[in-house]
Design a protein around this ligand. Structure first.
Ligand SMILES: Cc1cc2nc3c(=O)[nH]c(=O)nc-3n(C[C@H](O)[C@H](O)[C@H](O)COP(=O)(O)OP(=O)(O)OC[C@H]3O[C@@H](n4cnc5c(N)ncnc54)[C@H](O)[C@@H]3O)c2cc1C
Length: 458
């Protein structure tokens, strides 16, 4: 060491590491860069805005005590903290805008307990690891993202919406799905608080800006032997009508129904043996005992079953159609055509088939329809879409969003990193602001993601 380096001032980040040498620090520049990003590159807008943003250091605590000491030391130095699960979020949710510390929660990953249809676990556990433990007991997630293999429980709560299973249970935010959270305040003396029910949901989908979640308690669903199928159709209307009929068939238990209008199936390269070019397709997971009834519906709509795997076959192969649904469809399509991007929208229950048909007529060719059937937060059956878009300019993307909105379809803009402009859809309600003030009084959590909290630079 030279005299110069010995006398160089120690940065706040270096002080942090000196104070907490027993923590698992990641200081390698390329790993920091990788752990500062998520899947925001799906959006050309976010890619441009966030590409070079990164943390100064990443830390992976393993115990509540390590998390508490880290938070306290960061608060003393007013260092921003961006919480990260597995980084599969889509809106730059885990990308720090102001440097500081990325707090990687994946080392904090124990299952606490499973009792009847309820599970409690530490926030950094992967969803797939939870199901490995609950499935032998007859339970699975009520709703989970198609990224369930890698996504964490805390990440689902902090940045996710729902997904597979939402056709029965609605989004994660529907009452009864999340029962409680144990959360830590971002203060010099961190407080640990158990929040139950509706109060717990005030921390949901706020991108880690208003509390650090340590544990989550979620209600589970009974496991069924899910039959995975692809059904193809020559006509858009028949494919959509079949998907809607299957989704509405209350006598058939199901976990997933997705509709892919042509040419979306042409972009699912790994399934090309089962998806003839130019077809429209419906992907589903239904209880095996509903197969005969579904076959009648397929015949009535002129469809062809091109892919069929029993629950046992799926389990043995460890390959599931789930990883072609929700935003996995977008991921597969982007692998084939890098010029594509996507949108996220919610249709009006009862009008969803008509609205999807109308939007296809208006924008087909430029916007390719991929719709997912689900219950909304009030329990009504409808569709969410994750349409593929042939990207030309940011102005045209805004115009497409405007056209959708003018036709009564809600767009949850995936091309923004500001919470209020994305799914939150406007100003935050007072109870969420109160939560922010209570759990993050200095505004150190993921600064820059909430419009009214200024960025604190590291
Ligand atoms: C291919 C693909 C498919 C997807 N499919 C779906 C889908 O079907 N449904 C869906 O909802 N989403 C989907 N997503 C988005 C994402 O995968 C999910 O939201 C997932 O649950 C995020 O988990 P994660 O651990 O990767 O979270 P991260 O991306 O690491 O974090 C997400 C947000 O949660 C915050 N956070 C993480 N842990 C905590 C914690 N302990 N306390 C407080 N805040 C925390 C982070 O700060 C961040 O803002 C998809 C994304 C991709 C790339």
């Amino acid at each position: 060491m030279t005299t110069d380096t010995m006398n160089a001032p120690v940065s706040a980040i270096e002080q942090l590491q000196l104070e907490l040498p027993d923590l698992d620090w990641i200081t390698d520049a390329s790993r920091i860069a990788r752990l500062s990003q998520d899947f925001s590159w799906f959006s050309p807008v976010l890619k441009r805005q966030l590409e070079n943003k990164r943390a100064d250091v990443v830390v992976r605590p393993r115990t509540e005590d390590e998390i508490r000491r880290l938070v306290s030391a960061c608060v003393e130095r007013k260092l921003p903290i961006t919480i990260r699960g597995s980084g599969t979020g889509n809106y730059g949710q885990t990308t720090p805008l102001a440097g500081g510390v990325v707090l990687d929660m994946t080392g904090y990953n124990a299952m606490c307990w499973v009792r009847g249809g309820v599970a409690r676990a530490q926030a950094g556990i992967r969803l797939g690891d939870i199901e490995k433990q609950t499935k032998p007991m007859g339970y699975e997630f009520r709703c989970m993202p198609s990224t369930y293999r890698s996504a964490t429980l805390g990440g689902l709560f902090g940045g996710g919406f729902g997904g597979v299973g939402s056709i029965n249970y609605g989004p994660l935010a529907a009452p009864g799905n999340v029962l409680g959270v144990r959360a830590m305040t971002i203060e010099a003396e961190p407080q640990i608080v158990e929040l139950r029910g509706a109060e717990a949901l005030r921390m949901h989908h706020l991108w880690g800006t208003n509390g650090l979640v340590l544990e989550l308690e979620v209600a589970l669903a009974p496991v069924h032997p899910w039959l995975e199928t692809l059904v193809t159709f020559p006509a858009f209307d028949e494919a959509l009508a079949f998907a809607d009929k299957l989704a509405r068939a209350s006598g058939i238990d199901k976990r997933e129904v997705a509709f892919f209008a042509s040419p979306v199936p042409d972009h699912l390269g790994q399934l090309s043996d089962y998806l003839p070019r130019g077809c429209h397709a419906v992907l589903s997971l239904i209880d095996e005992c509903g197969e005969e009834t579904m076959s009648e519906m397929v015949a009535a709509h002129g469809g062809t079953v091109t892919y069929r795997r029993t629950a046992e076959e799926v389990q043995k192969s460890n390959r599931t159609l789930i990883e072609f649904t929700w935003n996995h469809t977008t991921l597969h399509a982007l692998r084939i055509d890098k010029t594509l991007t996507y949108l996220q929208s919610s249709f009006t229950p009862g009008q969803h088939v008509q609205q999807i048909t109308e939007m296809e007529k208006l924008l087909g060719g430029e916007v390719m329809m991929h719709a997912e059937f689900l219950r909304n937060i009030d329990g009504l059956l409808t569709c969410s879409a994750l349409q593929l878009v042939r990207f030309t300019t940011e102005e045209r993307l805004d115009e497409i969003i405007r056209i959708y909105r003018e036709h009564g379809v809600r767009i949850n803009n995936p091309h923004t990193f500001i919470v209020e402009d994305g799914k939150a859809g406007g100003a935050l309600p007072p109870e969420i602001i109160d939560m922010k003030k209570r759990f993050d009084p200095m505004g150190l959590l993921n600064p820059g993601k909430l419009r009214d909290w200024p960025v604190v630079a590291a």
